[in-house]
Design a binder for this molecule. Structure first.
Ligand code: PGA
Ligand code: ZN
Length: 414
């Protein structure tokens, strides 16, 4: 893949903040990619470079955008044989362990646009699958239909209540099940709590002002049942516990109580016994390797324990967490290049873990992750609600890919 020209610009993400987009020319064609952005960001993530000047209240990305252009100038005329070669050029040009010099947002825009250039005329998912020597498979969607925490601004501390259409035979059926349940949930919430309860959070899920996750789970499960899907759907949570933990005392104010880590663990075990959710993400704060491990042991064979802020898609942290979780949340912008993301997945899978590719709460209409999860055949993707253009872009890309005859993965516990 020979780069002959590179363009870069800022565009807006789904929260109205600027983000980096890169366009790269190779073999007479242009290839484009843009970068997502988190709100409940882990402190160990690679650096998202923001200008910090008055423009956009500090959130400008002029520097990162300029760095894409500089990288492009340096890469111009160079032949890259593999994605790994392109990404190591990016990593070496930055030269810092957390990408703080050029910004993970600058590197990732180049890395993802580069992947599309390597794919050329081939569908991106097919190209990724063939380089990984896997048969492509559509991932099962984890749909965040009820938003709390930093994505909602309500009393609900737990960030995400998700539904997974585990009994769907096709991705189209899965999408229909998720969309129908979502509409029922919205209607029920408005009936019970009034019109504002139907307003949506950052990931498109409704954001009713419920004080406890129990009430949120009741509301969601009722919508599942009303649609007749109780045998074909499962629940999942992302607690994003670092966001509500009191860093001064180490306690967790959640669900109307102030809990120690031990009490929180008991709370989760009780909730899982009642609601049978099969996946829980970031149940404790981002450095609580031991607490994670105790929950993983308690949930063995019943519920996967997913590391997001704990792992930040970083192979070194995954190594440390070998007994702490059994699923990796894979967010390409947490580490900054595609190659490093794939290495993180490989490491997780070598431990027998599941891998869930994930969007961020700030997204663009770029559906790269839909192709990525399909090409990796990792079986799981976290997409948000089936609402808001930046979320539906991902569902819709998966619906299109299915027309190529790609099968839908089955859910299995690690
Ligand atoms: P974020 O949220 O993109 O705001 O970090 C998503 C998540 O926590 O999984
Ligand atoms: Zn998370």
């Amino acid at each position: 893949m020979k780069i002959t020209s590179v363009k870069s610009r800022w565009i807006l993400d789904s929260r109205g903040n600027p983000t980096v987009e890169a366009e790269l020319q190779s073999n007479g064609q242009w290839f484009r990619a843009s970068v997502p952005s988190g709100a409940s960001t882990g402190t160990h993530e690679a650096v998202e470079l923001r200008d910090g000047d008055p423009a956009f209240h500090g959130k400008g990305v002029q520097k990162a955008t300029h760095h894409v252009w500089q990288l492009g100038k340096k890469a111009n005329g160079k032949e890259f044989k593999t994605q790994a070669e392109l990404d190591s050029f990016l990593i070496q040009t930055d030269g810092t362990p957390n990408k703080r010099k050029l910004g993970a947002n600058a590197l990732l825009a180049m890395s993802l646009a580069g992947a599309r250039a390597f794919a050329g005329k081939k569908p991106l998912y097919a190209h990724l699958a063939s380089t990984l020597m896997r048969k492509p498979a559509l991932p099962l969607p984890f749909a965040n239909v009820l938003n709390g925490g930093k994505h909602a601004g309500t009393s609900l501390k737990i960030q995400e209540v998700m539904i997974m259409p585990t009994g769907a035979k096709t991705f189209r059926e899965a999408t229909q099940m998720v969309a129908e349940t979502y509409q029922t949930l919205k209607k029920d919430a408005v009936t019970r709590f009034g019109a504002p309860a139907g307003n949506v959070g950052d990931e498109g899920g409704i954001a009713p002002d419920v004080p406890s996750v129990r009430q949120a789970l009741d509301l969601v499960w009722r919508a599942v049942e009303e649609n007749g899907y109780s045998q074909k759907m499962a629940l999942a949570l992302d607690c994003a516990a670092s966001e509500f933990r009191d860093s001064r005392t180490g306690a967790y104010p959640v669900d109307g109580k102030i809990l120690t880590a031990n009490e929180l663990l008991t709370h989760y075990v009780e909730l899982q016994g009642q609601y049978r959710f099969v996946s829980i993400e970031d149940p404790f704060h981002e450095d609580a390797f031991e607490d994670f491990a105790r929950l993983r042991a308690a949930f063995s064979g019943k519920c996967q324990v997913v590391g997001d802020d704990l792992l930040v898609t970083n192979p070194a942290r995954i190594d440390r967490a070998q007994l702490s979780c059994n699923a990796l949340l894979l967010k390409v912008n947490q580490i900054g290049t595609l190659t490093e993301s794939l290495l993180a997945a490989q490491k997780a899978q070598s431990f027998g873990w599941n891998v869930m590719v994930s969007h961020r709460s700030g997204e663009t209409d770029d559906a790269f992750i839909s192709d990525l999860a399909t090409g990796m055949a990792c079986g799981q993707i976290k997409l948000g609600a089936p609402a808001r253009g930046e979320r539906t872009a991902k569902y819709n890309q998966l619906l299109r890919i299915e027309e190529d005859g790609v099968p839908l993965a089955k859910f299995r516990l690690p």
